[in-house]
Ligand binder design. Structure first.
Ligand code: FAD
Length: 489
């Protein structure tokens, strides 16, 4: 049977094509709204997805539907009924919040996602493990971003990843609201009411949204009340990230990427760098995407000698405080390191700009990494329960030069979706929590080597991803303190 081609005169087709190509967060949301208005579609959830599919029946759209249908047909979702009737609130449109929202939508839940910003501005590039590449391809990543992981490339800029996932989430009926900040939980007032949220602005109609599940994916700094964080203090680690404009010229294309050179593996490279420039690094990574992106771990003494850090201080916060950093010297340091490590073959390195229209160079402290003690908890008030789960950087903060953030973030997003599935199936809350903590124990040790190799079989079911996982490693009796009864403190 022949598939209709895009009809040049069909406005819905033109809007859909614009939506697929949209390169800014607001443009994605605007074109999607326009598309739904053009097609007269109003629903949410998978009902909206089916409406779109029926209305957009030409080749390019159909190619995407066939991918998403294949995904949605997985047995874990029970044909989109596994979580029908469950209402979820997801905080944060970073890669992990969006990825979790997609799974919850496929399970048939109602999913409302809040994002406090209105743009995706991070040029920095994320390393992808094989399973994340496979996963994103299965969600149709190439339809939205043709350059996605071409050839042997295994990375993507944070903003491109967010754009892809935002588009998939919208198509699957996730309700996305930007410029809305989640502040805290509001317990139900009467016997019949449900859990709500305090939001900024307080005039947002979503303050009346009642939900059974809150997935918090607000990044490194944000966790809802009730979760305890623990810090791991390692040896001093100062990370520098920088982005340069990629003009995609032939000379730039030919420069080889550096997928991670650590000092222990290539002492000569680092010694030469030091002898020639005075720059002393532990490691360096270089990836190409929309920009030329470098991330490196620099030794404190060389930052002092090169005048990047003005005065030595005992505590890392004061050491890297803006008034103790010479920004111009930092730019020169980053540029010199980039030039040396690419053999001076990248012509005319010019800084890309960040969201503040400043050269995109930053210095970060990785000495102290935080993680949450627990991945989930339940609150009960007036007989009404809410399940809270963390995913992404707010669960476990990643060390960027190792590129663990989005890989472990996606694993946690799948684990959280599995937990919501169990919750929706009526599993006793302590059993849900015990199972979630049993799985969480594994997360920080995961690598591409100790997770299942057959990535095409990955699903939200933990057994498809973690070899020999014991879902009862932690018993219900050990997680009683994760079931909190009474008011939010
Ligand atoms: P994030 O990507 O941080 O997303 C969290 C989202 O939640 C944000 O959009 C935020 O605006 C929103 N949010 C937060 N609080 C609220 C709230 N209360 N209400 C509503 N919305 C809220 N990793 C690397 O591997 N390499 C890098 O070079 C690198 N650079 C980074 C640069 C920056 C500035 C940051 C912040 C992170 C960087 N990371 C990097 C980490 C990487 O981005 C994450 O590991 C990855 O994006 C997955 O994170 P996430 O989705 O959990 O959180």
């Amino acid at each position: 049977m022949s598939v209709p081609a895009e009809e040049p005169g069909n406005p819905a087709h033109a809007i859909f094509e614009r939506f697929l190509r949209a390169g800014e967060c607001q443009e994605v949301l605007g074109s999607f709204l326009e598309l739904c208005q053009q097609l007269g579609l109003q629903g949410t959830g998978l009902q909206l997805y089916h409406g779109l599919k029926a209305a957009l029946n030409y080749w390019n759209a159909k190619a995407l539907w066939s991918k998403l249908d294949k995904k949605a047909g997985h047995k874990d979702y029970d044909q989109g009924t596994a979580c029908a009737g469950t209402k979820c609130l997801v905080v944060g449109a970073g890669p992990c919040g969006l990825r979790a929202a997609i799974e919850l939508a496929l399970l048939g839940a109602r999913v409302v996602l809040l994002e406090k910003r209105d743009s995706f501005s991070r040029n920095n590039v994320l390393h992808l493990w094989p399973f994340t590449i496979h996963d994103l391809r299965a969600l149709g990543a190439k339809k939205f971003y043709g350059r996605f992981c071409t050839g042997t490339l295994d990375h993507i800029s944070i903003r491109q990843l967010q754009l892809i996932l935002l588009k998939v989430a919208l198509l699957l009926g996730v309700e996305v609201h930007i410029n809305v900040r989640f502040e805290s939980l509001v317990p139900p007032t009467g016997k019949a009411g449900g859990w709500q949220a305090v939001l900024q602005p307080s005039s947002s109609p979503l303050t009346h949204y009642e939900f059974d599940v809150l997935i918090s994916a607000g990044g490194g700094k944000f966790v809802p009340e009730g979760f305890k964080r623990k810090e791991t203090r390692g040896k001093l680690a100062i990370g520098i990230t920088t982005n340069f404009i990629n003009r995609h010229s032939r000379a730039e294309v030919e420069v080889a990427e550096i997928s991670g050179v650590a000092r222990i593996y290539n002492q000569k490279f680092f010694q030469n760098l030091y002898n020639k420039t005075g720059i002393d690094l532990e490691n360096i990574v270089y990836y190409k995407d929309d920009t030329h992106y470098f991330v490196m771990t620099a030794k404190k003494q060389s930052l002092l000698t090169k005048g990047v850090i003005l005065q030595d201080k005992a505590d890392i916060e004061s050491l890297l405080a803006p008034d103790n950093v010479n920004r111009d010297a930092l730019l020169s340091y980053a540029k010199e390191a980039a030039n040396f490590s690419t053999n001076y073959c990248l012509p005319e390195l010019e800084f890309a700009l960040n969201h503040r229209d400043l050269p995109d160079v930053d210095m970060f402290d990785f000495t102290c990494m935080t993680r949450s003690e627990n991945a989930a908890l339940v609150r009960e008030h007036n007989g009404s329960r809410v399940l809270l789960g963390l995913v992404g950087d707010c669960l476990v903060e990643p060390f960027w030069p190792l590129g663990t953030g989005v890989a472990r973030g996606f694993l946690a997003a799948f684990d959280a979706a599995w937990m919501v599935r169990r919750w929706a199936a009526g599993t006793p809350p302590l059993d849900v929590l015990a199972e979630r903590e049993s799985i969480y124990q594994r997360l920080s040790q995961t690598s591409p080597d100790n997770t299942h190799k057959n990535v095409s079989q990955y699903s939200i079911d933990p057994a498809t991803r973690y070899p020999n996982i014991n879902l009862q490693a932690i018993k219900a009796s050990q997680v009683r303190d994760l079931y909190l009864v009474g008011m939010v403190e």
